[in-house]
Design a protein around this ligand. Structure first.
Ligand code: PEP
Ligand code: MN
Length: 358
């Protein structure tokens, strides 16, 4: 994708782009008071507010809708902050553009549906607006990239992605599991695409925000979108994860911003260590290939002698033995179990293929 970068939004060298504002706009006073307090924090460049809220069940507060757009116009005129809203229907796009919203964003529930994404992209066609695309709620990188491509194909080149975590069935301290490997893979595939992290929707509660914001900048993510409310406890939506403007200021001051590259001495030492890693990875792969070759040999042997593939006693023995060796070497037990299981799964697959060939 030929993305035109952050434009006049912010200088990525200075600080991560900070977008802040309430989960939902609730009243004109709330919006303006919050915006004034945020405008006093130099790092904050964009004011967010949800006007059309995607709620899990009907009957909950569904946002103030169209009338909130006038409040956002005031925010822009009076504080100089840029503005952003979530759009979920083509009418939202039309209305937001009519009221000069600077950035539109597609929410996590919208991005799971290519039909809706396509409709929204068409409503934006040819308009020089900046668009942010949140990850879909399910951990599917292709779906996320697909949505970005649909928007891009509509001629939108000022494009950003927002990482807001993924729905996850297992117990986790987060509302939405960060699964950092997914945004990192997105960065690898589309390096020119800025990724903004939304710690509020990842954490779901205030006390984890600092840690996730720090991790975002340590992983070279390009910005932060945080939900800020003048009275978080009383917020109509997402009360547990919102913070006051003051708390946002403290959070940003506590962030340790690290350099992306070091001086020549640092770089050359790093190069030495990386060369060592490359060599070890090569050896690791050779050993793995050799192990699987022997697995194939055993497969042939078992098949020729009519013996079953899985032999539980042997497998249980391997686990106990390798866990003991591995943990003595300082390796983490969960990590060891994952690796052993993967290798075992692959071994069984290869032997199954051998059996099927006979
Ligand atoms: C939001 O940003 O308020 C929101 C609804 O987020 P998401 O689409 O990530 O759930
Ligand atoms: Mn929210």
């Amino acid at each position: 994708m030929d993305i035109s970068g952050p434009g006049d939004l912010w200088n990525p060298e200075d600080f991560p782009l900070v977008i802040a504002g309430p989960c939902s706009a609730e009243s004109e006073e709330q919006v303006l008071r919050t915006a004034y307090q945020l405008a006093a924090i130099p790092e904050v460049k964009v004011f967010r507010a949800g006007l059309w809220k995607p709620r899990t069940r009907p009957g909950a507060f569904e946002g103030v809708g169209e009338k909130g757009l006038q409040w956002l116009e005031k925010v822009k005129a009076e504080t100089g902050l840029k503005t952003t809203v979530e759009v979920a229907r083509p009418e939202h796009v039309e209305l937001a553009l009519k009221h000069h919203v600077d950035i539109l964003w597609l929410g996590a529930r919208t991005v799971v549906n290519p039909f809706v994404v396509q409709e929204l992209a068409e409503a934006m066609k040819g308009v020089p607006v900046t668009v942010m695309v949140k990850n879909p709620i399910i951990p599917d990188l292709k779906l996320w990239i697909g949505a970005l491509e649909r928007v891009y194909a509509a001629g939108i080149t000022r494009l950003l992605a927002i990482h807001r975590g993924f729905h996850y069935f297992e117990k986790s301290p987060f509302r939405n599991a960060p699964m950092w490997e997914i945004p990192i893979e997105l960065k690898r595939l589309v390096p020119e695409l800025p990724i903004i992290v939304d710690p509020s929707h990842i954490c779901g509660r205030r006390n984890l925000l600092q840690e996730i914001s720090q991790k975002s900048t340590d992983l070279e993510m390009d910005g932060l979108m945080l939900e800020v409310h003048e009275n978080p406890e009383a917020a109509f939506t997402d009360a547990a994860q919102q913070i006051t403007p003051e708390a946002l200021h403290v959070l940003l001051q506590k962030l340790v911003l690290r350099k992306r590259t070091g001086n020549p001495d640092f770089e050359s030492r790093l190069e030495v260590l990386r060369t060592e890693i490359d060599k070890l990875d090569g050896e690791l792969l050779q050993i793995l290939a050799k192990r699987l070759e022997i697995i194939d040999e055993i497969g042939d042997y078992k098949r020729d002698n009519n013996i079953t593939i899985l032999q539980m006693k042997r497998w249980a023995g391997i686990i106990t033995d390798r866990l003991s060796i591995g943990t003595n070497l300082g390796l983490d037990e969960t990590f060891l179990r994952k690796i052993l299981n993967l290798i075992h799964k692959e071994s069984i697959q290869r032997q199954t293929n051998i059996f099927n060939k006979s």
